[in-house]
Design a protein around this ligand. Structure first.
Ligand code: PLP
Length: 498
């Protein structure tokens, strides 16, 4: 039986929403919960220690027929949901791209949920449309793109790139279309081509050089070869900050080629683009001013909560031509305004710009720059520890805040030099590094992920969390060394004789 004095108990015949009193009470309680959580996310293991099915098993299979008290819901938040969380807010979350939101961004999300507007047309919420125009123009200035670029918000870089490639197709002559991206490009590019119905054959992967940058000469040769074979090249995607190593494609050379060949140039700066806020990092977007479109994800490395991705485009008319379809019931009389529904596949749109506005205003350009600079400095310091260690080696340059490396105990290096044991040593290193990563992650203080570079199992440490400080990066280094010592001693293969 429910306690009749429990104010949060709602009789089954009550209509309308939660009362304002109740909302205030639980709202304050939840804000306190979030403030405590954000102050100490490290009290939880960073990687959820759940087994598959733990959350499902702890919840009823059928929905509650009668409303429940908010207290009961909050209890289950702690009991069921929190243990099933991998804590992206944890300052020692270094896996993938270690993005975080930030407190002002969270408050922006709260307000966006409260307003709950559908920003499809200017008139369905003028503030949502115009704040999107204003904040994206601020961000454009921050990263140094020219005024000829205009922005539009989507949820993810995958969708931003999909829309850019749809625009590229709109501008392309008819034919058997081909798109080019480096072998290091994010899978969302090939997925976009598939989603647009161009097929897997429509994407050609261009080799990268020793530093994982697209080989512009190989791109030029591929275009010539494809034209001769009857393909219609239409788009090149250059990446500034590739997913595995954060390498930077030679955008100026690629832009020259695109201009010569009449191809749409899309720049995927989903992760790396944010760094261009720093005066000393502006060089990373050299050539991007000549691109047709560019994607940057403030939810990756600009402290805006997931999801918020910006597509900048120099040819908004083409993007609009690719997507605009206005049925009678959505026709409006305002002529000089932007109706953002015309620039993508979705009609309904969240008020995403609000959280970006909060973040940009609360931290300011200088505050954001200081945090990005700190991340880059910490990554360079970690890279220096790797370089100075006898037991680790670095596997890629570090232009941003991500380090690619692996354990490589010193005495194995001499053995790897002999042809007889080189392959054995490589196989051992792959297995050793995978086990080191798993051991570090199992201990729960630090979370790392991996990639493969030139066939080698590679550990990645990505810094992007607004709460990460030097002590957390040091902890990652200590955890790696401890795991290596334990595992290498256990599993070292005997040296081959002779
Ligand atoms: N582009 C790059 C370079 C990425 O690293 C990623 C994800 O890590 C994406 C695109 C896809 O991002 P999203 O998850 O926003 O679709």
């Amino acid at each position: 039986m429910k306690n009749a004095k429990d104010e949060s108990f709602r009789p089954a015949d009550a209509l309308g929403d939660m009362s304002a009193e109740e909302f205030r009470r639980y709202g304050h309680q939840l804000v306190d919960w979030v403030a405590d959580y954000l102050s100490h996310p490290e009290r939880y293991p960073v990687l959820s220690q759940n087994q598959p099915g733990d959350v499902k098993g702890a919840l009823p299979a059928a929905p509650p027929a009668a409303g429940e008290s908010f207290d009961a819901i909050l209890k289950d938040l702690d009991r069921v949901i929190v243990p099933g969380m991998t804590h992206w807010n944890h300052p020692a979350f270094f896996a993938y791209f270690s993005n975080t939101g930030s407190a002002p961004g969270i408050l922006g999300e709260l307000l966006a949920a409260a307003f709950n507007v559908n920003a499809m047309l200017w008139r369905t919420s003028p503030a949502a449309t115009e704040l999107e125009e204003v904040t994206l123009d601020w961000l454009r200035q921050m990263i140094g793109l020219p005024e000829s670029f205009s922005g539009v918000l989507y949820d993810t870089a995958s969708i931003s790139s999909l829309c850019a490639i749809a625009a590229a197709r709109e501008a392309a002559p008819a034919g058997k279309l081909r798109l080019y991206a480096s072998e290091q490009a994010h899978s969302s590019i090939e997925k976009s081509a598939i989603t647009l119905g161009l097929g897997r054959d429509a994407t050609r992967a261009i080799p990268s050089d020793a530093e994982f940058r697209m080989d512009a000469g190989a791109l030029a040769a591929a275009i010539v070869e494809d034209r001769a074979a009857g393909y219609q090249p239409f788009c090149v995607v250059a990446t500034v900050g590739t997913t595995s190593t954060t390498s930077i494609d030679p955008v100026p050379q690629i832009a020259d080629l695109c201009e010569r060949e009449g191809l749409w140039l899309h720049v995927d700066a989903a992760y790396g683009g944010s760094a261009a806020v720093l005066p000393e990092m502006k060089w990373i977007l050299a050539g991007a001013e000549r691109a047709d479109s560019l994607v940057l994800n403030p939810h990756k490395w600009l402290f805006v909560p997931v999801d918020l991705s910006v597509l900048y485009c120099r040819r908004m008319d083409v993007l609009k031509a690719a997507f605009s379809l206005v049925p009678e019931y959505l026709r409006t009389s305002e002529e000089t305004v932007r109706n953002y529904m015309d620039y993508g596949p979705q009609l309904g749109r969240r008020f995403r710009a609000l959280k970006l506005w909060f973040v940009l205003r609360y931290f300011g350009v200088d505050g954001i720059a200081a945090r990005l600079r700190h991340h880059i400095e910490m990554a360079k310091e970690f890279a220096a520890w790797v370089d100075g260690s006898d037991d680790f080696e670095r596997l890629a340059p570090v232009p941003f805040s991500t380090v690619c490396f692996r354990a490589y105990p010193q005495d194995l290096r001499a053995r790897a030099g002999s042809e007889a044991s080189g392959a054995d040593v490589e196989a051992y290193l792959d297995q050793l590094n995978e086990r080191v990563m798993e051991e570090v992650n199992r201990r729960g203080k630090v979370f790392l992920s991996h990639t493969k570079l030139k066939g080698k199992f590679t550990l990645r440490l990505a810094i992007g969390n607004v709460r990460t400080m030097g002590e957390h990066v040091r902890l990652a280094w200590d955890e790696l060394n401890a795991a290596l010592q334990k595992l290498d001693a256990e599993s070292r293969p005997a040296p081959s004789k002779g």
